[in-house]
Ligand binder design. Structure first.
Ligand code: MN
Length: 377
């Protein structure tokens, strides 16, 4: 096997541009040049807050830690890593423990004057991050489809062709000739694998290259501990509920869930049901506190799951995503009963069925056994 460095050409070091006044609204094609732009744009700031999306997943956690490391090394400025919401999934909690880098909850975070915000794995206006009202981030680095609000940021690097934000960060780390230490390499690697379903979902050459670069630097035993983290019983309760209640119309599976122990359960269940034979789409929904959460998964890369969920949810909530995975959140009144949440879910599922043109197909339970030969004698 080739040493990892030879599989991917290093960014051309000779092109290290002098930083100076410029307005690189569009990132330079060369990653080394982009790196010097980051440096330039943070020139005025005295602190940096790297903020990722609410209820961060492994890609968000890994890329926030990676961007924090990069910005600290490149600019010498103190960096705070932050997120909104909670980290619920046992694997993600375990990842945080293995990473061993402090993240702060954005709620109640004191933001010093002259603080620059860097958003990663999310964008302004996406409705899934806790960027303080009125703040224009200095940096937006993401792999979701670009949003118009991101144009106001000083430096944007948005590349939907990447399967994971963590792979973008790895490009920068390599261009800066920095050596990620083992815990960070492990988190970045796990983030890419988790986000791309082990490089099978929306993964590009760059995701593979980043993984090859990272793997010899990771702690495989730590990855095993993360993947096989012990989980609370509530997870099995939701799996049980999902199994009992999941139904399908043709190749589309609908998974109505009740109250969730933590927000990412809805995505976890959607991933689980996408593995069923013959299933092309999964729409899962459940309630966490005052939010109805929807998670959409598709088998086909060109499925436009993000457009689908935005079309169905419309102005009722916030929605977004990629081709094969998407999600949405709709606010619920704190007094909403379980029946009301269920009704809302049923109505949404009907709308998804229409959008996917399966509304005429008969609904069937997903796992009920067909009782062949069970007719009375
Ligand atoms: Mn991501």
């Amino acid at each position: 096997m080739l040493p990892p460095d030879e599989l991917v050409p290093d960014a051309d070091a000779e092109q290290e541009a002098e930083s100076g006044p410029m307005t690189p609204r569009k990132p330079a094609a060369d990653v080394t040049e982009r790196l010097s732009q980051i440096r330039w744009f943070l020139g005025e700031a005295e602190h940096v807050v790297v903020l990722t999306h609410d209820n961060p997943d492994p890609d968000a956690i890994g890329s926030a830690a990676g961007l924090g490391f990069l910005v600290e090394r490149v600019s010498g400025l103190p960096v705070t890593l932050a997120f909104g919401g909670i980290i619920g999934r046992a694997e993600n909690r375990s990842l945080m423990e293995e990473l061993d880098v402090p993240f702060k909850r954005i709620e109640g975070l004191e933001v010093a004057p002259n603080t620059a915000f860097a958003l990663v794995d999310t964008q302004p206006g996406s409705g899934n991050n806790a960027l303080p009202q009125g703040v224009i981030p200095a940096i937006v680095l993401d792999h979701h489809p670009p949003r118009p609000e991101s144009e106001a940021a000083s430096f944007t690097d948005i590349r939907p062709e990447f399967g994971a934000s963590a792979s973008m960060i790895v490009e920068y780390i390599r261009a800066a000739k920095l050596e990620p230490e083992r815990k960070l390499a492990t988190a970045l690697f796990y983030g890419i694998q988790s986000e791309t379903m082990d490089l099978g979902r929306e993964a590009s050459e760059a995701d593979v290259a980043a993984s090859v670069f990272l793997y010899p630097r990771t702690d495989p035993a730590a990855i095993s501990r993360i993947r096989h983290a012990r989980v609370p019983r509530g997870v099995y309760r939701s799996i049980h509920e999902g199994l009992e209640r999941a139904w399908s119309r043709g190749e589309v599976v609908f998974v109505p869930l009740g109250d969730l122990d933590y927000p990412d359960l809805v995505a976890q269940l959607a991933d689980l049901f996408l593995r069923v034979h013959g299933v092309d789409w999964v729409i899962a929904a459940g309630r966490y506190k005052e939010s109805l959460l929807i998670s959409v998964r598709a088998q086909q890369p060109d499925a436009h799951a993000g457009d689908l969920v935005q079309g169905v949810v419309g102005s009722r909530g916030s929605a977004g995503g990629h081709g094969e995975m998407a999600g949405a959140r709709i606010g619920l009144s704190p007094e909403a009963s379980s029946e009301e949440a269920d009704e809302l879910i049923d109505g949404l599922f009907d709308e998804f069925a229409v959008a996917l043109e399966v509304e005429a197909l008969a609904p069937e339970s997903l796992i009920a056994v067909e009782e062949e030969g069970a007719e009375s004698p």
